[in-house]
Design a protein around this ligand. Sequence first.
Ligand code: SF4
Length: 650
Amino acid sequence: MRIVLLHMPWGAIDVPSLALGILHTAAERAGHQVDVRYANLDFVDWAAETAGFGVDDYQYFSEKSYFQGAGDWAFAGALYGDDGGSDGDGSDGEGDADAGTDAGFAGYFAYLATSGASEQEIALTRATRALAPVFIARLVEELAADPPDLVGFTTTFQQNTASLAAARLLKQRCPQVRTVFGGANCDGPQGAALHRNFPFLDFVVRGEGEAAFPALLAGLLEGGDLSAVPGLCWRDGSGTSTANVMTTRPLPPAAILAPRYDGFFERLDASVAAGWVDPKLVLEGSRGCWWGEKHHCTFCGLNGSSMEFRSKPPADFLAEVLTLVERHQLLDVYVVDNILDMGYFDTVLKSLAELPVDLRLHFEIKANLRRHQFQLLGDSGAAQVQPGIESLSTRVLRIMDKGVTGCQNVRALRDAQSAGVSVTWNYLYGFPGEQPADYESVIRQLPVLHHLDPPTGAGRIAIERFSPYFDRPELGFAITRPAFQYRATYRLPESELNELAYVFTAPPRGIGGDLAERLSTAVDTWLARFPDSRLSYRDAGGRIVLVNTRPGYDWRVVELTGPAELAAFRLLAQPRSTAALAAKVPGGAAAVEPVLERFTALGLLFHDGDSYLQVAVESDNQVLMRMQHRHGPAAARPRTEEVPDAVPIG
Ligand code: SF4
């Protein structure tokens, strides 16, 4: 069978599609001829030439506006065959072209504005909606010139409507071509709803595609029983949609295939996007989440219908990384696992640290790693990690069932920086049961942390399908409707949107708008001050020398020399209560109190509940980390010591 696999806007343009890379491997193994087409790059090149589209424009749709759904809204006109949103008079665009949605153009633009979109971004959204049908028509014409037997689409994040629009027109133009959807947007009821509501979709593969996709292809070739393919949505002779039950047994690790990325990097090289982004490999070592199997974080819908943790054998994963790095001559590797397998530390990471390769890896990790584990990450080439920090308050972290404390999260920020690894994270709020005091305390202390990696922003949590907040209303959210973006985008009854949507609305919980605003402002200040803020220490045995450039503290160099200070500082490398300190510091409780007072005045401590933690970074890596932040996380991995010895002055 001749197969074309399509990666539509707004798929990421700096990495190949892992899903299509895996399906490429699976279908070729089964003897089919496969072409992967990066229609997202086709769109970039075409839109850059015809409309001056730039990297910020693409990223507005692919990343920034995800929770407002601007990417899907922009292709909805192409899906529904309207006039491309060119309402001619520049008015609100309501009318036939937008009939059936909850919003109308004006309503959607007002929603974008209240969600923080600029006038320029709203104008971009409108203009892109006008461009979208032209692009889809061109793409389909090209496919129709030499139609394959089957076109497969992967849809994740904002790829639904662009994929649906192309599938609809393709089916009109070439009815014989089979159309297949798969990807995260098809998991569970979402895939069944897509299949039920869009009759031009012949099949939707739900769940892991390695087994189901080849089984579908075999069934089509041999006239097999499609009702036997787990999770598949298909149509009977009358066209009625049938959704097979999804399997409850996820694939074993050995069945998770390595992706094939042939053609992507050459295509990117030929694209205008080559000047916009740095190409990266994307790989997976595991699926599911070992933490979530025991304690599903209350807000997390990331693992869809399959939380069970499965990890490729370390030797296999290492070989996969090295093979693809060599084949594509690329050192930047984005590992998409939701959480790093702890078994990879002594195996994969250790081997990478010892090998003469200078990779730049991105991992998602659990935040309670220890200093030596961060060091191993750094030595193995991890330039950036995402520890899912989310909050610095133990009380709020407990509500999330995160399994870490506020001090452990700060320790992760500190120790990652000591190891030369940068951290990306978001500050989340809006949890049922949180109190203003949980935030007041953190906001007050943020100037202490200005030298550590700041969050990219602060935002109220969204209610995601598959999360405990979605599945268990008793946890505090009374879900009312699918998020507004779905109602503005699709012309479907709300009962169907309830099945198709991933993000839902519910009355806000937790802190109010004023405090949330103060948190956001404090985070903005942190972001602004981070590049020039530094707090580092060097432990010289008989003295500890600290250097500070954080604007909130007007000292430059301080020495700790007294036995109580030295002992307390070293003990506070780990979170400790005053009682625990008093038991170990020379002089006991009487000595601890003034030491903590001095450390607090100097801004050396983070305090949460009854725990304290010292926040100074080991001196070796701070200046280079700052350079990394200014020039992008993968710009350079610190390898040399550039910080001069701290010496007391004045
Ligand atoms: S937030 Fe991270 S650790 Fe928690 S369940 Fe989701 S993937 Fe696992």
